[in-house]
Design a protein around this ligand. Structure first.
Ligand SMILES: NC(=O)NC(NC(N)=O)C(=O)[O-]
Ligand SMILES: [Zn+2]
Ligand SMILES: [Zn+2]
Length: 411
């Protein structure tokens, strides 16, 4: 291998380690969108790309676009990338692997073949996880021209508009950066860790994603009455938490009925006032449910709404609101077929699979042919600090991405 490519790989690996260190809080990675950790990570990426003499722009949602301009500037770019945000106490690879794996591929192609025929673009989407504000995929949705996110707040009451304005202006002021929303690309390929156990269980290195599950997220509110823990008789209490735990348990059972592959998660619980000697007056909890078929989600949503309504009692009211409704999405079959040939040529036996995690690819697929490459997650762990992918598997995914970008942008 030419020495230059080895140097490039080491430099990208250094950037990865630097970004990881920026947001490690001893429990896990925390790069919630528009927080100082997130700004520092996007800044590190920008500085690196500017030093590499790549063309860098930042849009008004804080998504970073790194271009290696092609000879035919009139043709749309060939794009890759993923998201820079994490969940709370997340792992090191979710999102960041796709951003820096894309950068590594782009630089290796430049080192080896020089200027591409078509522009190569690496995208670091601002937000995908929905972990800070009640919105998911806002980075790719903005790029795709699908939504305008405004007027929502995080748990601390900070509005997305003010958080975004402050954070994005910091990025747009970085030397060498232009403020723009680039044209949509000719194709989008997202490299990502699998986040589940299939590849690792089967001892396979590469997954090719044919579809992404649909997902719906809800917020359920139970309102009872706060009162004294020592003086209020048990039979007159309006305990919102007792209602919530019974309801959650019932929902967990109901979720097994429509289809064994339906997933159901209550991951967020807010108890108010959340102190030991006061009967909880209010509980808010999240529901996340997913399936590859929308009709299964329809069936479960009806059961969910009925169960929430039936949980009302004298002095207890309930409400439910849906804040995510994403349909299952098929990805581009021709790109998958091309990657299957390339993967086989590289010596892999790829597994064609459905993704149970949501991805920016489901948004990008609405505006351009889109495909995904998965590499194994050790023991299937993700959205947790123990998230891990073996170095050889990380390299394999980047090698396939590099081959795919080469095929698309140089031939
Ligand atoms: N790749 C992800 O972890 N995505 C996550 N985020 C969204 N928005 O789907 C998820 O929950 O699956
Ligand atoms: Zn994630
Ligand atoms: Zn992700």
């Amino acid at each position: 291998m030419p020495a230059k490519q080895a140097v490039t790989r080491t430099e990208v690996a250094d950037l990865f380690r630097r970004i990881i260190r920026l947001s490690d809080d001893t429990i896990g990675q925390n790069r919630l969108v528009y927080t100082p950790n997130w700004v520092a990570a996007q800044q590190a990426l920008i500085k690196f790309a500017v030093d590499q003499k790549l063309t860098v722009s930042v849009d008004d949602y804080g998504t970073v676009y790194v271009d290696l301009p092609g000879q035919t500037t009139a043709s749309p770019a060939i794009a890759t990338g993923s998201h820079m945000d994490t969940v709370v106490h997340g792992g090191k690879y979710d999102g960041l692997y796709g951003v820096l794996g894309g950068l590594s591929a782009l630089l290796q192609l430049r080192d080896k073949y020089g200027q591409p025929r078509q522009t190569l673009r690496v995208i670091s989407f601002s937000e995908e996880e929905g972990s800070r504000f009640p919105v998911t995929f806002s980075g790719s949705k903005h790029y795709a021209g699908i939504i305008d996110v405004t007027g929502i707040t995080d748990n601390a009451g900070i509005s997305i508009d003010s958080a975004r304005a402050t954070a994005v202006s910091q990025l747009q002021r970085e030397p060498g950066v232009s403020r723009s929303l680039p044209d949509l690309p000719q194709s989008f390929t997202e490299l990502h860790i699998e986040q589940g156990p299939r590849l690792s269980n089967q001892g396979k290195t590469i997954g090719l994603v044919k579809a992404i599950v649909g997902q719906r997220r809800f917020s359920v509110t139970i309102i009872g009455a706060a009162n004294h823990a020592g003086t209020t008789p048990m039979n007159v209490r309006k305990d919102a938490l007792q209602t919530a735990v019974q309801l959650i348990s019932r929902l967990n059972q109901l979720a097994t009925a429509p289809d064994p592959l339906l997933t159901f998660t209550v991951g967020h619980l807010e108890v108010s006032p959340n102190t030991s000697n006061v009967i909880p007056g209010q509980v808010i909890f999240s529901v996340d449910c997913r399936h590859a078929e929308d009709r299964i989600l329809d069936t479960f949503e009806i059961q969910l709404r009925n169960a929430v309504n039936q949980a009302t009692a004298p002095g207890i009211t309930t409400a439910i609101s849906r804040w995510v409704s994403d349909k299952p999405v098929p990805l581009a079959a021709p790109l998958l077929a091309a990657n299957r040939v390339l993967a086989t040529r590289l010596g892999y036996d790829p597994v064609v699979m459905v993704s149970g995690a949501g991805h920016d690819s489901e948004i990008m697929s609405r505006v351009t042919p889109t495909t995904m490459i998965f590499v194994p997650s050790v023991a299937g762990i993700s959205h947790a600090p123990k998230e891990l992918t073996a170095p050889a598997d990380l390299t394999a995914g980047i090698a396939l991405l590099t081959a795919s970008l080469h095929q698309q942008a140089y031939s």
